[in-house]
Design a protein around this ligand. Sequence first.
Ligand SMILES: [Zn+2]
Length: 98
Amino acid sequence: MVICRCGFQTVIQTSHTNANPGRQFHYCPRRGTRGCGLLLGPIPPICPMCFELLAELERTTSMNKDVGRKLLAGKKETESSTFHKLDDVSDIHNDQGW
Ligand SMILES: [Zn+2]
């Protein structure tokens, strides 16, 4: 447990910046208001290799999100074109008096 200069227990937050991916920091709980602005970290200190791995993981995760969004967009297009084809078929049926 870490106590900041205002006497509060610090808040632990995980960083998602490119510089410190996945690293945890202690913040003053009153940060941004009238807090002492305490910032300690990262905790625990990590080795350079782990740092590289975490950075790579962050990059891959964001890439996968992009791919997922593209796949979803493509799926929607496919679904709507299928509906158009069904409409065409029913039009033909109507023409033939079905
Ligand atoms: Zn504080």
